[in-house]
Design a protein around this ligand. Structure first.
Ligand code: NAP
Length: 486
């Protein structure tokens, strides 16, 4: 029987800047040698595009290609100083809402580190769109900067499900959720709560919550205890870099940015401009990224083939400059040739996991709505820029609320209550005062007119710079207290 030819798959290829083209050509050659039915659409992005005056660093044709193919293999992109302020990498990740950044970290043969022999083999699944990295920043006053850490229930659900699904696809059995929910109860806490809600849907997987600082500590102390770690954007950025350093560093750190429609595969490292064109850098990170890409395309056989060839090459003692410790080293092209020569052989000493297709979490495209059974606002925080001391500012605000539905509850400074004075607190104050006004009747709901009237009264004597409602959802307060506030 004649077999139908395998359907060819299109991948957008972005060679990138600096050492990008060298690692991309190496990876492309190895993928092609597996016989995987892949065709490439090559498009530029990065430094050359910024220099042409396009402030996003990503031309329309590149974006359209990525949208059409749904899969991108990308070299590192540089943001040249003086050409716009947006990173082309971030543009691509945002444009396609690649909400999950997956970074596997495993011990490799011949890559000697203080952890060699301990069998580190973990994956960091990092939320990739929200959190502080949304970059929503304001100077509330000339001396106070604000960066909004917005975490959504939908974003948490997507990343948590991705963590569990990724664990299943690789036959992993333990997922840790790492957050700072002990301090940031609402934002980081939302990931913890969502994780705890969803975990029972995956009874085949053990689930644990861990505080992120302890997670960092444990990663250095006993990294082999971890299998999959799901975490928020900034935590994930830090612990994934930390983790890759445990197994040899940037030359060995692959990554995938996965979205509903487009997945972008790239090494963690940058364009290392000082090595560009010198044929000395280590292409392993992007080659292992290529393994992730092959699996994403369902080309499991080719993926395994490349993984075994990388393991065998490293087992045989071929080393690139970064791990040769001053000894003889292979050039990028020699190292690539060595991998090519091992394609089709299997490592008997080093494990290649059995993989199953990753079930991308099914997420509705509808506007995400969370409807509590009840909700009302019991007050408002008004942040005021003022040179007055709290014992003067306080009475002035009390006077402003006289005869109204609101009363001044407290004034804080840098997170600590300073009015009414708590006694004992030695806050080093600045001219920025969050002032909390509560309804006199806490069963009520703050009306728009009362809020606007308050702002008007306050602004007669003070400059307000920020306002936050104080909501209660289903009887639970949706705001935190200042230190010292009862
Ligand atoms: P980098 O390019 O990652 O290089 C930092 C150092 O890491 C290099 O000097 C080298 O260390 C080592 N290194 C990186 N890749 C290596 C490899 N494949 N093989 C061996 N060693 C490797 O970081 P950077 O210098 O901070 O950033 C340079 C540019 O890349 C910047 O414009 C940055 O914005 C951009 N960048 C892009 C991405 C991306 O596209 N995703 C990511 C990060 C940075 P030694 O000097 O010790 O040999």
């Amino acid at each position: 029987m004649v077999q139908a030819p395998a359907q060819r798959k299109l991948v957008t290829l972005i060679p990138g800047d600096g050492i990008g083209p060298e690692v991309v050509r190496s990876t492309q050659a190895i993928i092609e040698a597996t016989g995987a039915p892949i065709d490439w659409e090559e498009h530029p992005a990065g430094a050359s595009i910024f220099k042409q005056g396009l402030s996003s660093g990503v031309p329309r044709e590149t974006v359209e290609s990525a949208r059409r193919t749904g899969v991108v293999l990308k070299g590192p992109l540089e943001t040249p100083v003086g050409f716009g302020e947006k990173s082309a990498n971030v543009t691509l990740r945002k444009l396609f809402e690649t909400y999950a950044n997956i970074r596997p970290v495993r011990e490799l043969p011949g890559v000697i580190t203080p952890y060699s022999g301990r069998g580190i083999d973990l994956v960091v699944v990092r939320e990739n769109v929200e959190d502080l990295y949304a970059g929503i920043e304001y100077m509330q006053t000339p001396g106070v900067a604000e960066c909004l850490k917005l975490i959504s229930r939908k974003g948490c659900e997507k990343i948590v499900r991705m963590g569990f699904e990724f664990a299943r696809s690789e036959g992993r059995h333990v997922v840790h959720c790492a957050t700072k929910s002990n301090i940031m109860k609402f934002s980081e806490g939302l990931l913890k709560r969502t994780f705890e809600e969803i975990a029972p849907e995956y009874p085949d997987i053990e689930s644990h919550h861990i505080i992120i600082d302890n997670c960092a500590h444990q990663l250095v102390k006993l990294p082999e205890q971890f299998d999959v770690i799901v975490t928020t954007n900034m935590n994930g950025d830090i612990i994934s870099d930390l983790s890759s350093a445990l197994v040899g560093g940037l030359g060995f750190a692959p990554s995938a940015n996965i979205g509903n429609d487009v997945a972008i595969f790239e090494a963690v490292h940058g364009s290392a401009p000082k090595y560009a064109g010198k044929n000395v850098i280590n292409p392993t990170a992007l080659i292992l990224t290529g393994v992730m890409l092959l699996r994403h395309l369902g080309e499991e056989e080719a993926a395994e083939m490349v993984e075994h060839a990388v393991l065998l090459t490293l087992e045989s003692g071929v080393k690139t400059r970064d791990i040769a410790a001053g000894g003889p080293s292979a050039s990028t092209t020699e190292y690539t040739e060595a991998i090519l020569s091992h394609l089709g052989e299997r490592s008997t000493k080093w494990l290649v996991r059995e993989h199953h297709p990753l079930q991308l979490p099914r997420v509705s495209r509808d506007l995400a709505l969370v409807h509590p059974r009840s909700r009302h606002d019991i007050g408002v925080d008004v942040f005021i820029e003022s040179e007055l001391q709290p014992e003067v500012l306080g009475p002035s605000l009390e006077a402003a609320t006289e005869g109204t539905v609101l009363r001044l509850e407290t004034i804080s400074n840098r997170g600590t209550q300073v009015y009414p004075a708590t006694g004992g607190a030695t806050t080093d104050c600045i001219d920025h005062w969050p002032c909390r006004f509560l309804l006199r009747d806490l069963t009520g709901d703050l009306q728009e007119g009362d809020l606007l009237a308050l702002l008007q009264r306050v602004s007669q004597e003070h400059r307000w710079v920020h306002v936050e409602r104080l909501p209660v959802y289903d009887g639970e307060r949706g705001f935190t207290k200042a230190q010292g506030e009862d």
